[in-house]
Design a protein around this ligand. Structure first.
Ligand code: TRP
Length: 372
């Protein structure tokens, strides 16, 4: 990676080169052949797959082999509750819900309140508040409670801890130091943490007393946890989980790094009002347009570096033809930055209106999702 580019579970900065990341992480690119294998089962391909927003994988061919043999998998993903959520979080989960619907699978969803307490300078009580708030957003995605199980690390520790220590016993401090950049000064909870994130990938197998394949959709920054854990699972008699890696939704300021809740001017939050959305997009969304209207008409804009266009591509415009139209019009100068932003503001606000309504209704439904 270039200097200043960093992709770890706790920090993403700089302009991420995904081709290089594939090599460095030792993951495999999603190619046409494997997408066609998925399409055979799902009927259509989600636009995040067609456009390679989910761009890489581990062991997906194995997972599909098993599936075709009648050995169904479950899904596992999670949320680190340290603050308000943003569109980048929802992106992964909307895709996860699509997988759940298409493959009719169970989903195990982990809330790592322990992680965020150990890694952030926030009190235990504050992290508990965010755990509650974030659960509302996850429920609002529309996951079926019959097929979805929430695991909250500090609450479900009774089932998780026996597995976590079995995993922890097979990971050394030096591996963790090398993989995550932890040092002798890191608190000892951080050193243990990866074993907690590793647990849900095998927990259903433990509880049902049979080996069940697992697929983990995640933002690629989470891969290092599983790179370490995947060496351990077979030693305990379990399958290695398959993984699907997603790109980061860029922050408003430009295509470097990722949206971050700790920098609220970088992100559209799930709780933002229409006015806030309008202000953030107008004021902060990095534009690939020209400085003046006259120049823009003449030279056209650059959609590839335009953050508003990237939001259409990665989230808000599933229709390929419509997306192409926006691309062409912006590039030719027919569509102005201000107009592009207006369309985006409308899209985001109508999405958030629905989301926030479902988020309200979720307050009465949390219980349906908790593991009993
Ligand atoms: N550590 C993740 C975060 O900080 C949360 C998480 C837990 C997760 N388990 C996961 C993410 C599995 C992806 C897949 O957001």
């Amino acid at each position: 990676m270039k200097k200043g580019v960093k992709v770890t579970p706790w920090e993403v900065s700089g302009e991420v080169n995904y081709e290089k990341l594939i090599k460095e992480f030792g993951i495999s690119k999603l190619n046409d052949k494997i997408l066609e294998r998925i399409r055979k089962h799902t009927g259509e391909l989600h636009f995040m797959l067609r456009r390679r927003v989910f761009f890489a994988h581990r062991d997906l061919n194995w997972l599909l082999d098993e599936y075709e043999r009648g050995n169904k998998f479950f899904l596992y993903t999670g949320c680190g509750p340290s603050g308000p959520l943003h569109l980048g979080h929802l992106q992964t989960w909307i895709f996860t819900k699509w997988l759940q619907d298409k493959f009719n699978t169970e989903l195990w969803f982990q809330f790592t309140d322990d992680e965020k307490f150990l890694f952030k300078n926030k009190s235990y009580d504050e992290i508990q508040k965010w755990t509650y708030e974030n659960m509302l957003d996850v429920i609002a995605i529309g996951l079926s409670p019959k097929k979805t199980h929430f695991l909250i690390d500090t609450k479900n520790i009774d089932v998780m801890y026996p597995e976590a220590i079995k995993i922890a016993k097979k990971i050394t401090f030096s591996t963790v130091k090398a993989s995550f950049g932890l040092t002798n000064e890191s608190n000892i909870g951080q050193i243990f943490y990866t074993s907690m994130q590793a647990v849900p990938a095998i927990l259903p197998s433990v509880l049902k007393k049979k080996n069940i394949p697992c697929l983990i959709p995640l933002g690629v920054d989470q891969d290092p946890h599983f790179r370490v854990a995947r060496d351990v699972y077979p030693k305990l008699g379990f399958y290695k989980p398959a993984i699907l890696h997603g790109m980061f939704l860029p922050p408003l300021q430009g295509i470097e790094g990722k949206m971050s809740s700790s920098l609220t001017t970088s992100a559209i939050l799930t709780t933002d009002s229409p006015k806030e959305v309008e202000k953030k997009i107008k004021k902060y969304a990095f534009s690939g347009g020209q400085p003046t209207v006259a120049e823009h008409r003449k030279k056209g804009g650059n959609p590839d570096i335009d953050v508003s266009f990237q939001y259409f591509r990665m989230f808000f415009e599933p229709d390929d033809e419509k997306l192409q139209q926006i691309y062409d019009d912006y590039k030719s100068g027919k569509l102005l930055t201000s107009e592009l932003k207006e369309i985006l503001i409308d899209k985001i606000n109508s999405f958030l209106r629905e989301h926030q309504k479902k988020r309200e209704q979720a307050k009465k439904r949390i219980d349906e999702f908790l593991l009993k």
